[in-house]
Design a protein around this ligand. Structure first.
Ligand SMILES: NC(=O)c1ccc[n+]([C@@H]2O[C@H](COP(=O)([O-])OP(=O)(O)OC[C@H]3O[C@@H](n4cnc5c(N)ncnc54)[C@H](OP(=O)(O)O)[C@@H]3O)[C@@H](O)[C@H]2O)c1
Length: 220
């Protein structure tokens, strides 16, 4: 059995950071939560412990320290802030798994700001050349974490990356969060995954899915 892992969530008080932290606190993980607002972090820790007594969750006042202690780092900040985060954690994220959840949307949610021959995940990999960047959780909305089974079906959560061991580790994390992990390919497949979520966002706005929607591959 794998030893208990420590996961740092950078941007823990945002919609996704909070959803991920609440969800993974029910699993066998030690969670280190970081954002700049210490009081919001304390509130989140209290809320998690109230609903999941015994959860191992700790607010950390520095992204460098959180990443230093972590086995896996989840970057749950807007795409535009990733360079700032990467510059702070680069040294201590060496050889570690870094999960890119970003969808690099424009301000009107109708296009991606990245060029067609790259993705947010690949840009993060360039910023953190010695880390194992894995794309995950970009195709799941924050609301899905409280309800990962929609219309009777467990929502698929796609994963992409270049390191097989890292893909397996992230699959376990995705499963612990209640989703059905689907390893989709190498890191360049993130281009497709980020466009898939652009489509789902546009459909959600058009048909008023209320942010509770997800992907499911139907197959035999
Ligand atoms: N919302 C979704 O359903 C969803 C689904 C899939 C993927 N995503 C992706 O998830 C990421 C986060 O989205 P979100 O909706 O959770 O955004 P959000 O609610 O705006 O939260 C962003 C978080 O990042 C923190 N943050 C901002 N700049 C930071 C920095 N320089 N260093 C450290 N922390 C920083 C914020 O903290 P402060 O408030 O203290 O600044 C906040 O906790 C985005 O890349 C988005 O594309 C979102």
């Amino acid at each position: 059995m794998r030893t208990r892992q420590t996961i740092a969530v950078i941007g823990a008080t945002g919609s996704m950071g909070t959803a991920i932290a609440k969800s993974l606190s029910k699993g066998n993980y030690r969670l280190l939560l970081f954002t700049s607002d210490k009081s919001k972090l304390k509130d989140l820790q209290k809320e998690i412990i109230a609903t999941t007594p015994g959860a191992d969750v700790e607010p950390i006042s520095c992204s460098y320290t959180a990443s230093w202690e972590a086995d896996v780092i989840i970057v749950a900040v807007p795409f535009a802030m990733e360079k700032e985060v990467a510059d702070k954690i680069r040294e201590v994220a060496n050889q570690k798994i870094v999960i890119s959840i970003a969808n690099p949307l424009n301000e009107t949610y109708d296009a991606l700001v990245t060029a067609p021959d790259t993705s947010a995940a690949e840009e993060l990999q360039k910023l953190l050349p010695n880390s194992k960047v894995v794309k995950a959780f970009n195709t799941t909305f924050a609301a899905d974490f409280a309800q990962p089974v929609i219309d009777g079906k467990r929502v698929d959560a796609f994963i992409a990356g270049n390191d097989n061991d890292a893909l397996e580790t992230v699959s376990e994390i995705v499963q612990a969060a209640g989703f059905n992990p689907v390893i989709a390919g190498d890191l360049s497949v993130s281009r497709i995954l980020e466009n898939m979520q652009l489509l789902l966002i546009r459909l959600g706005i058009k048909y008023n899915y209320n942010w509770l929607a997800g992907w499911k591959i139907l197959h035999q």
